[in-house]
Design a protein around this ligand. Structure first.
Ligand SMILES: [Zn+2]
Length: 341
């Protein structure tokens, strides 16, 4: 109302009742102050992206609608910061604050309705360590022992049950294969549709930015894998042993998925891990190193080889690597959203 073009509406100052602990007008004022300070600070770099690649909106130069949107976003950031600050102080519920390279799950009403009740329960209770595992049952006073129900050797913590119990290895393999099956199906559809398209080879061009203008972000074409060939084949180590194409290289190693094109001389090795969410970064590095020699040998034989380790956490959270792979293979927008669910 304050920003309205109508003079009468502009004069209306409604009082928003929001309880005693939170005041809408005070929070809005704080958000506006914060945005004005950001204007003075200018663009700051907070990640590893190159200098100049981060662009921020200037609050004072935006129109009324953009200003309102920016204030709303700033309030959301405040709330998120406060939620994180509270969670960090909690012993059990703070696990998610230590996760790196994990995509947050946005639980909208629509997705909640579509989810199985047990799946929602598992997702929430495993995230905040509230499942009835042996250590929790002892903590809550239901049992005297906190030993794992399956192996009876180690403490039955959530981490032990979901990713480290020697008696549950078969279950972990089943879980891995279930996830792998979904990913294979997604990739197979993409490769099959690529094989039905005519081959288009784009000549590489160098694009220049005009003097004084910010560089335009261009999409990374590193694994625009599907362009330039329509003879893609895909093999997976799921129901049958993966046959790594012998004409590329003879190896004992068997990644979960291999996709290759003979005309493009390009091969993609995908390895899926379902780790404990805190270990996603380590799992990624470990798997990357495992196939490094295979990659080097393929390159020596004039094949382009991409090793792509992907991770889906044992609670069901996707690693950034999964989203990155799907995007590079052309699964974007609504399709990506549907695939992530
Ligand atoms: Zn155990």
């Amino acid at each position: 109302m304050r920003d309205s073009a109508d003079k009468i509406i502009k004069k209306i100052h409604p009082e928003i009742r929001s309880g005693t602990k939170w005041s809408a007008s005070k929070t809005t004022q704080e958000a506006e102050c914060s945005l004005r300070i950001k204007d003075i600070m200018g663009v700051t770099q907070s990640n590893r992206a190159g200098l100049g690649s981060t662009t921020n909106k200037i609050f004072s130069k935006e129109g009324p609608k953009e200003k309102r949107d920016m204030v709303l976003e700033e309030v959301r950031v405040f709330e998120e910061e406060q939620r994180t600050a509270v969670a960090v102080a909690q012993a059990k519920q703070c696990a998610w604050t230590k996760w790196n390279d994990i995509e947050p799950i946005k639980l909208s009403w629509k997705s909640l309705i579509a989810m199985e009740p047990l799946a929602i329960s598992f997702l929430l209770r495993s995230t905040y360590d509230l499942l009835p595992n042996a250590t929790n049952l002892k903590l809550w006073g239901y049992t005297d022992s906190d030993l794992c129900f399956s192996c009876k050797q180690d403490r039955g913590t959530l981490r032990h049950v979901l990713s480290a119990c020697p008696k549950l290895l078969q279950l972990y393999t089943w879980r891995h294969n279930q996830v792998l099956e979904i990913i294979i199906e997604l990739l197979r559809t993409q490769y099959e549709s690529a094989n039905q398209q005519p081959v288009t080879v784009k000549q590489p061009t160098i694009q220049f930015d005009k003097e004084g203008e910010c560089p335009v972000r261009r999409k990374n074409s590193e694994v625009k894998q599907l362009n330039g060939a329509n003879d893609w084949k895909i093999s997976a180590d799921l129901f049958t042993f993966l046959q790594f194409p012998a004409h590329i290289i003879q190896t004992e190693k068997r990644p979960d998925i291999a996709a290759w094109s003979d005309t493009k001389k390009s091969v993609l090795l995908i390895e899926l891990t379902v780790p404990w969410e805190e270990n996603v970064e380590d799992a990624h590095e470990r798997k990357k190193n495992r196939y490094e020699s295979l990659r080097a040998d393929s390159i020596e034989k004039n094949w382009k080889c991409f090793v792509i380790p992907i991770e889906v956490g044992c609670r069901g959270f996707l690693g950034h690597s999964v989203i990155s792979l799907l995007t590079k293979l052309g699964i974007t927008g609504q399709k990506l959203k549907a695939a992530s669910n």
